[in-house]
Design a binder for this molecule. Sequence first.
Ligand code: AMP
Ligand code: GLY
Length: 421
Amino acid sequence: MNVLIIGSGGREHAITWKVCQSPKADKVFVLPGNPGTGQIATNVDDVSVEDHGAVASFCKINHVDLVIIGPEAPLAAGLADSLSGAGIRCFGPSQAAARIEASKSFAKDFMARHHIPTAKYATFSSYNEAARFLESVDYPIVIKASGLAAGKGVILPDTLDEAKSALADILVKKVFGEAGAEVIIEERMTGQEVSLMAFTDGRSVKPMIPAQDHKRIFDGDKGANTGGMGAYAPAPIFTSEMMNEAMENVLQPAVRGMKSEGNPFVGILYAGLMLTPNGLRVLEFNCRFGDPETQVALPLLETDLLDVAEACVNGNLADIDARWKSGAAVCVVLASRGYPEKAENGKVVTFGELPENMVCFHAGTKMENGNIITAGGRVFGLTAWAEDIKTAVHNAYANIEKISFDGVQYRKDIAGKALNG
Ligand code: AMP
Ligand code: GLY
């Protein structure tokens, strides 16, 4: 079958890499892709993802049997609806279902309707009302822009003044534009975070192995928040009892709830969970594969990704066994100097040969004059998998200098939590 993958980051390189291993895959296209996907598949550079009609025409002309959408923006813009409407099978939720990520106010109300455990919250569109509410609460809070804000819309203020100024930035100065037309003020929780992604066909749900992400730029979880500096899976802290709790209290009620409200969710449902002293709580839902979590989950997926994705689209996921390899995977992100504030670009990259069971996923690169150069904050996800996490971590760091460019920065403690307990 011919497959089209939408997106251009490390997540999409990992999806493409996995799809290319399927005996079912004939032609694999990536729109727009990156130099990494270009080495294993065909990048499409003359179609705009925003032009749904053009994407559908591309699929017809090239006999694409399945489209896999990576990022949230095209899902929130209704690309899956447009493609399904044109008779093209698409792995990824409808625009209405993608609200579970695209609108935090929808997601919070949805969780309340279906008794899915999450932090206490209130929603506001007026600065004055929100500021009055702030003065009335006596617990630490979190402020969130409701819409998609490229991972920047969550603020953890330490003082009332900081909280008010965050509210003013979002609701009055509109720093996130329309994404900040509403804000959520939420109770601040504590605990470790686990990323639990799951396949769903709208009825059944099959969880992936749980992963942990490393959001801060520096070792020891210090410094600014980033899109993610590394990940590992499985997360030993997430016990089988927690998995059962998450299935029973989060994933199944969410999938049932979306269906009962007339918006069945097909694709990847990603629950960002916090393991609080009072049990699991949902921090957020995402409507797509996580990044970098996908870079550690897919190397461990034993089952053919195309079989699982087709089963989701065809509504027969219950008949499929999503099997996982034993062992563990780790991904260390190589970022540019200056990331996340202002990343340098345009540095030439040199590559050494990696051993077996390692792959370097491209996230922010481009081709120039025959060289691969850096073109973004997060440039690569260097991924290793092995029979245990210790070996995977050792292999990743033992080979990290093989990928070299001026100003490279990376964390030295990825998966430290799994190693040290
Ligand atoms: P979100 O995009 O909603 O997952 O938020 C981004 C990050 O902010 C999360 O990964 C957490 O680290 C933090 N965060 C969000 N909501 C809360 C909360 N209610 N309590 C504590 N931390 C939170
Ligand atoms: N790693 C966090 C995310 O994909 O949203």
